[in-house]
Design a protein around this ligand. Sequence first.
Ligand code: HEM
Length: 370
Amino acid sequence: LVAQPFYGLHQAGIVTPQPAASLYVAFDVLAERRGELPHLFRTLSERLAFLTQGGTVPDVHPQLPPRDSGILGPTVLPDNLTATLSVGASLFDYRFGLARARPRHLGPMERFSNDALDPAQCHGDLLIQFCSNTAETNIHALRDVLKATPGLLAPRWKIEGFLPPHVVKTMGADTVRNMLGFKDGTANLDVRDPRLMDRYVWVGPGQEEPAWAVGGSYQVVRIIRTLVERWDRTPLGEQEAIIGRHKGSGAPLKRGHERDVPDYAADPDGETVSLAAHIRLANPRLPGTEGSLILRRSYNYSRGLTAAGQLDMGLLFVCYQADLSAGFVTVQNRLSGEGLEEYIRPIGGGYFFALPGTPRPGNYLGDGLL
Ligand code: HEM
């Protein structure tokens, strides 16, 4: 059972392979004074460092509550856990005097044209992204964090995501399918290329950002319901035209292999891949549009029924970028009005900033900000 490193230049959970289970929890900070924040962030770092590396939980006197929830047994195994801590725009409001330290593009998530945002599932002062091999490991970590931060944090919303378990075996090397049945992640940025990550994912020293933010990344979380009852009654040809890829192989339309790159220059009028297809709008591959590349790291979700009795499932869309406005916002604006909108409904999420990594024990996540 693998332990992902906790200390480093960048936090784990962004360019590390995606394990099968995820849990996203947004929090309101209950602390009232700036002076309480270092204690909060130090405590979070200590707990997350322990949880990701594992260890034995000390016994306590039976008249005291046990140190640990116990749901993983007496020894906590790392189970591939990463716990990535991000801050939301509201942390930089009047409460803590942090306004001048706010990352330049970090504001409340705006409402795009197809959005039906539920305020109870949006925004937050902090967000933790837990990813591991099992739902139990993520839930165990969340309960540990809550127990360690009484009076300081209140959960605001939470959602669990999953990927087919075979990705655990291939550690993300294979593309998985989303709830619409299409392969998702085919044309993503290659996380093994550090130059690409430095250009598109990590905030660098050359950007007009506060010095503390270097090594961090803008994180977008969007809870996007997919209207699967309607989708499942839509003809295959129409589904493929809306996405721009073949459903079975994942190849671009009229191509044979998933990894074939669509040649839009040879198809200027969209006869092969429609100009309104999801993949063509998301990445038109025209000179001048490279600046909008993003790193997607999404999960599927499924959680009961809506009030109308429909399946409540969809895509827990997550992406990372060095520049929120050049990345997600530009891509989402290009997608506005796409054919896929008839089958999807963004209902929650928010904009966050994943803190830079923390180099060693003694330092803590966010110490540069505070
Ligand atoms: C590609 C589905 C939302 C950005 C794709 C692909 C599928 C897909 C099937 C093709 C496979 C791949 O290259 O990964 C969906 C579904 C969505 C959704 C079902 C909502 C439920 C979004 C959102 C964004 C986005 C919100 C960003 C604002 C992209 C990008 C690509 C892509 C950048 C790669 C295009 C390329 O480089 O060719 N999506 N997507 N998608 N999607 Fe989405």
